[in-house]
Design a protein around this ligand. Structure first.
Ligand code: AMP
Length: 307
């Protein structure tokens, strides 16, 4: 039986520029990418807020994936969170041009009673004070994971550190891990993060893949070798969605389960970066996803040609 996942985070309208094109007010947000990706594997319960200006067809994208939207608040008269970003030649790092919190300025997450016993909780990137409010409303989850970003490390470090004491797994990208710890070397960053609370940290490294540390284990995966990347926005959240969705589907949280789940996360992320917004992953059917999963097994073994 797959475990349901409770996810809180941003649902956004993104305006993005990359060397390969532009998108204006496209469907985005940390919770959107996460939920879509995780829902391909396990049931997802979403808690977030949008404004009255949020297009109905965007809600339908998640509804069609059977994401439980009973925790999605619509703030009458408010404007949806907007993020404007760009990628230069370094596709591994987003440059934030503008963040309009809008409805997130007054948002108080309310977890519907039927979501409070969710066994898995993913706190996608939003204000760490809001992430903490969510945690205080759930009852004894089996696994709590969270993500964050440079903005919160810079302006809400105290709240973020308090939160980290309460989570099992942190997913974070390379630049943010360095910012959080003040260290350059990734193994040193991981060691410091593990001292802050989480027993496991997954560091996302864009085209260089992802690495995972616990106090006693280390695991690394390459990224899928793509020749065409159009928009890396959402890769991190989509990776997390595949990772957590896979863990939830199997209901096991040991080292091997995490390693397999990292492959699933990498497969989903490989589709999302091929096009703007959610389009790349929406187009990929089960057969295409399964093929890339097998490719990963092949890329990471010696002597095992799978096809
Ligand atoms: P990533 O997976 O790291 O590429 O995250 C991309 C998503 O993060 C975008 O769709 C944005 O809408 C969202 N985002 C950017 N800044 C923030 C923020 N300060 N709080 C919440 N979500 C954000």
């Amino acid at each position: 039986m797959p475990h349901p996942i409770l996810c809180v985070g941003s649902v956004a309208l993104d305006t993005i520029e990359t060397p390969f094109g532009k998108a204006r007010d496209a469907l985005g947000g940390s919770a959107t990418y996460f939920s879509y990706s995780a829902s391909l594997l396990s049931p997802v319960r979403l808690v977030a807020v949008v404004g009255a200006d949020f297009p109905r067809e965007h809600v339908e994208v998640l509804r069609k994936r059977k994401v439980d939207l009973s925790g999605l608040q619509v703030a009458a008269g408010g404007r949806t969170f907007r993020w404007q970003g760009k990628f230069g030649e370094n596709l591994n790092e987003a440059i934030t041009l503008r963040t309009d919190l809008n409805v997130f300025e007054t948002f108080r997450p309310h977890i519907p009673e039927k979501f409070r016993d969710s066994p898995i909780v993913f706190l996608a990137n939003i204000d760490p004070e809001l992430q903490m409010e969510v945690l205080s409303q759930v009852r004894r989850p089996k696994l709590v994971l969270c993500d964050t970003m440079n903005l919160w490390i810079e302006i809400k470090l105290g709240a973020l550190r308090k939160l980290l004491r309460k989570v099992d797994v942190l997913t974070i990208n390379e630049g943010e891990a360095r910012l959080l710890t003040g260290k350059l070397n990734l193994a040193a960053c991981a060691r410091d993060i593990l001292k802050m609370g989480p027993g496991r940290v997954v560091i996302k490294r864009g085209e260089y893949g992802a690495t995972m540390f616990t106090r006693s284990e280390f695991f690394a995966l390459p990224a899928y070798p793509l020749e065409e990347i159009r928009d890396p926005t959402g890769a991190g959240d989509t990776f997390a969605g595949g990772l957590v969705g896979d863990l939830a589907r199997n209901g096991r949280f040991g080292e091997d389960a995490f390693r397999r789940a990292m492959i699933r996360g990498s497969v989903h992320a490989s589709f999302i970066v091929e096009d703007f917004s959610l389009q790349g992953l929406r187009r990929a059917g089960p057969a295409a996803r399964a093929r890339r999963y097998r490719d990963f097994l092949c890329f990471t073994s010696v002597g095992g040609r799978l096809r």
